[in-house]
Design a protein around this ligand. Structure first.
Ligand code: ADP
Length: 494
């Protein structure tokens, strides 16, 4: 575990170096095994194979007219000497490529002896002669009293003998002999080379590790530095690290995160500014009127008291809205679903505006048709309708007309709240549902609305999974609408 932790804390550079060194070591091991340890066996194996297959080829073509040409070719190609003799050891054909080979000079009697040995062995004889075994072969073959020269001593060789009967009935012997060049000196050369290769590989993997790690870690370090600035609250940072795909993706993500963070921060500041402004206005009014009434007895009128009461109500409405919204958005509030008469509910709500309509000349028309029942949270849906009608009244045009329209389709009911006001510019439409969003921030009518109404509408309708939308034409007015699933309740007795 401790080692793991330590490894985790290694930089990219050292990790890469470790892996590359391991890779080089593996390569070197393979190289060493093949080039040095097994070179001798490989070489001998290949040589033996070539010798035997050449022998078989000669045997196969023993009756061929071009035998001489063929053995000449085989001898040159595979670097083997070939001798063909009869049973008595008399030479019929010969092709020599290595004059130092001890078998080149074997006498007729020695050849006859080999013939016998091959016959005893079933017609095939394969023998390898190392320097040590030479003395044995010397005893076996060199009856002629001929002693090997110095060169012969250092030559290792092998012979392959086949006895075969020609088509004319004459038995003959094919003997192939090949000198095995000593690999010791080659191995020695390779060993020295190997040390150089190992050293070069080590340096290369070091250089590569440094180069690659620089490429990889540089952008990471840059991003880390920028991220530290971001962490301190500077949202204007821009991540620029580049070099490979993952880094540019990380860059984009972090840039996106920075932008989103700055938005949240801006929203938070705006929220505080709005809340404090909205709370302060009625509070100033209340304190102002209360002080006037305390200091000037003549001002202690019911109208002034009413202003204080109105402002206090506005204050409490604002606080309720803020609480409602935060609870709705936090998901604390659960829906209290019941089946009720939506059409009647809307009628009741509109009836409460009667006084307003009378005094200020507003006309609220409700085009209803049949009674429609829905399964919904009555209190919350009423809040939605209130908020939408309030907005329509606040923003409607000079004619002071607001129309509420109920339309039904097969299993849905659609409520539209239509005004004839200035409308909302298309580019603002997506934002009006946001908290504290007001289309005209500069000239906002601070007495009107809290800027929370539509956010509450959205939160409630979202909870009901209802469809809602707004269509607005600048200069003509807006239509806010929402749809709920209707419930067929014939059995409900009104
Ligand atoms: P407010 O309390 O300011 O009305 P809302 O969340 O209810 O806050 O509405 C957000 C903004 O959307 C309003 O400030 C207003 O600019 C715009 N808006 C809402 N309803 C209407 C409407 N019927 N006509 C024109 N603009 C509207």
């Amino acid at each position: 575990m401790k080692l793991r932790q330590k490894l985790d804390h290694l930089s990219v550079k050292w990790k890469l170096f470790g892996w590359l060194s391991l890779f080089s070591a593996l390569l070197l091991l393979l190289l060493w095994l093949f080039q040095i340890v097994f070179l001798d066996s490989f070489y001998k194996g290949i040589k033996t194979q070539a010798l035997k297959s050449s022998g078989e080829l000669v045997v196969k073509n023993i009756d061929s007219e071009n035998l001489e040409e063929l053995i000449n070719q085989i001898a040159l190609q595979n670097n083997v000497s070939i001798r063909i003799t009869d049973v008595q050891g008399n030479e019929l054909l010969r092709e020599t490529v290595e004059p130092r080979d001890r078998f080149v000079g074997l006498s007729q009697w020695e050849m006859a002896d080999i013939y016998q040995r091959a016959l005893e062995n079933g017609g095939v004889l394969f023998e390898q002669f190392s320097k040590e075994s030479f003395h044995l072969s010397q005893e076996d073959y060199l009856f002629s009293g001929r002693f090997p020269s110095r060169t012969e001593f250092i030559m290792e060789s092998m012979i392959y003998v086949r006895t075969v009967e020609r088509s004319d009935g004459v038995p003959v012997m094919v003997m192939l002999h090949s000198v095995i060049s000593p690999v010791n000196s080659t191995v020695e050369t390779l060993r020295v080379q190997f040390i150089y290769i190992a050293l070069i590989m080590l340096c290369l993997s070091m250089a590569l590790a440094f180069f690659i790690s620089r490429k990889i870690s540089k952008p990471i370090v840059e991003i880390n530095d920028t991220a530290k600035v971001l962490a301190k609250g500077d949202y204007n940072v821009h991540f620029t690290g580049k070099g490979y795909l993952e880094i540019s993706e990380l860059n984009n993500t972090l840039n996106y995160a920075a932008v989103e963070l700055s938005k949240v921060e801006a929203l938070r500041q705006e929220l505080i500014a709005n809340i404090s402004h909205d709370l302060r206005t009625p509070l100033t009014m209340i304190t102002g009127y209360a002080e006037v009434m305390r200091d000037l007895p003549g001002e202690n009128t019911p109208e002034n008291v009413q202003i204080i009461i109105d402002e206090a109500k506005r204050l409490s409405a604002l606080v309720t809205d803020i609480l409602d919204l935060s609870q709705l958005q936090a998901g604390v509030r659960k829906l209290n679903l019941s089946v009720y008469n939506l059409t009647q509910d809307i009628r009741d709500i509109i009836a409460r505006y009667a006084k307003l309509m009378e005094q200020k000349g507003y006309h609220i028309t409700f085009i209803s048709g049949e009674n429609v029942y829905v399964r919904a949270d009555q209190v919350k849906i009423s809040q939605v309708i209130y908020n939408l009608i309030n907005n329509a009244i606040n923003y409607t045009g000079e004619d002071k007309r607001v129309t509420v329209c109920q339309s039904v389709s097969e299993n849905r009911v659609k409520i539209e709240i239509i005004d004839t006001g200035e409308g909302i510019p298309a580019e603002q439409l997506p934002y009006i549902w946001d908290r504290y969003y007001k289309v005209d921030k500069v000239h906002r009518r601070s007495a009107v609305g809290t800027g929370l109404g539509l956010s509450i509408v959205r939160a409630v309708l979202d909870m009901h999974h209802a469809v809602y939308s707004v269509v607005s034409t600048v200069g003509q007015g807006s239509i806010f609408s929402f749809e709920l699933e209707r419930v067929e309740v014939q059995e409900i007795i009104e």
